[in-house]
Design a protein around this ligand. Structure first.
Ligand SMILES: NC(=O)C1=CN([C@@H]2O[C@H](COP(=O)(O)OP(=O)(O)OC[C@H]3O[C@@H](n4cnc5c(N)ncnc54)[C@H](OP(=O)(O)O)[C@@H]3O)[C@@H](O)[C@H]2O)C=CC1
Ligand SMILES: O=C(O)[C@@H]1CCC=N1
Length: 264
């Protein structure tokens, strides 16, 4: 499979790393306007780096777009005449609907919207997927690709904005929680490196417990909170300070911002 990533920036390069390490592509074409920053990827041997989007599209089977939303209409327009009946077009662009893509490419194209996160580079992305009517026959293929680099879920397009916040922005939210835990651990006497190690592995353990057991978070919390113990004391103080409320409010604020980006 030949895969192009048009706009190999933060997300695009994370996807490229995930694909290259999972062996999902025979050849990869990575583009950006200033491709010098991509040269190190040529060491993989099967990677071509360029600023030539038309070359990348014409040589690939699957085209993944990862440019900024404001750049996407022009970029898509500039390669639209190259799409054939076999191309699978995957857009990771926030807030850009399938209808808007079809307005440029026409509806008779395989169009997938994918919302991965940067953990795709280490094969632990949570990726949400949806497609246009024509692209439904290619959803399984997209799912197979993204499942090699984490976990995926097919959702209706009207959930894509929410998925962006929970899964894509979610990486930043969880990072801040891990960072805050690290700061607490430093205050309690661990050096910075030890503190981060404790926070990272504890958060991974919490997620794995839920993934493997299928239990509800509160059931796991009940197993940790000894009556009159230190955990419930700390947890209740966090809630008095608005931990859950601030997370939920942040999520809703991010969600609303996506509509503004599109209007802007
Ligand atoms: N970052 C993330 O975690 C996530 C991002 N997204 C979405 O992915 C998209 C990319 O985000 P992100 O990676 O953060 O953004 P970046 O700015 O890091 O990457 C965008 C890339 O597009 C390149 N680019 C701009 N114009 C062109 C062009 N004409 N042809 C080829 N490449 C071009 C830029 O290259 P150059 O600098 O050389 O101009 C840049 O490397 C956005 O739409 C975002 O909403 C979705 C989920 C998660
Ligand atoms: O912050 C943003 O707008 C993009 C979309 C999700 C992650 N990064």
């Amino acid at each position: 499979m030949k895969i192009a990533i048009i706009g190999a920036g933060n997300l695009g390069l994370s996807i490229a790393t995930g694909i290259l390490n999972s062996g999902a592509a025979t050849t990869m074409y990575l583009t950006r306007r200033y491709p010098e920053a991509l040269r190190e990827f040529e060491a993989y041997g099967n990677v071509v780096t360029s600023s030539d989007n038309r070359m990348a599209v014409s040589k690939s089977d699957i085209i993944i777009f990862a440019v900024q939303p404001g750049d996407f209409p022009d970029v898509l327009q500039s390669v639209a005449d190259l799409f054939s009946d076999n191309h699978v077009i995957i857009s990771t662009i926030t807030g850009f609907s399938i209808g808007e893509i079809e307005a440029i490419t026409g509806p008779e194209r395989f169009i997938i919207r994918a919302m991965p996160n940067t953990a795709i580079s280490v094969a632990h992305s949570m990726t949400c997927l949806c497609s246009n009517e024509h692209g439904k026959t290619r959803l399984e293929l997209a799912e197979a690709i993204f499942n090699r680099m984490g976990h995926s879920m097919i959702i209706p397009e009207d959930r894509m904005q929410a998925a962006t916040v929970i899964c894509a922005s979610g990486i930043a939210f969880w990072m801040r929680l891990i960072r805050a835990t690290t700061q607490g651990a430093i205050q309690l006497g661990f050096d910075a490196e030890e503190a981060q190690e404790l926070a990272m592995h504890t958060s991974r353990g919490a997620a794995e417990l839920l993934i493997q057991s299928g239990r509800h978070p509160e059931a796991e919390i009940d197993r940790v909170t000894t009556p009159m113990g230190c955990t419930i004391e700390g947890l209740n103080e966090m809630e008095h300070q608005g931990l859950s409320a601030s997370l939920i409010r942040g999520i809703i604020t991010s969600f609303e911002k996506i509509s503004e980006i599109r209007k802007g």
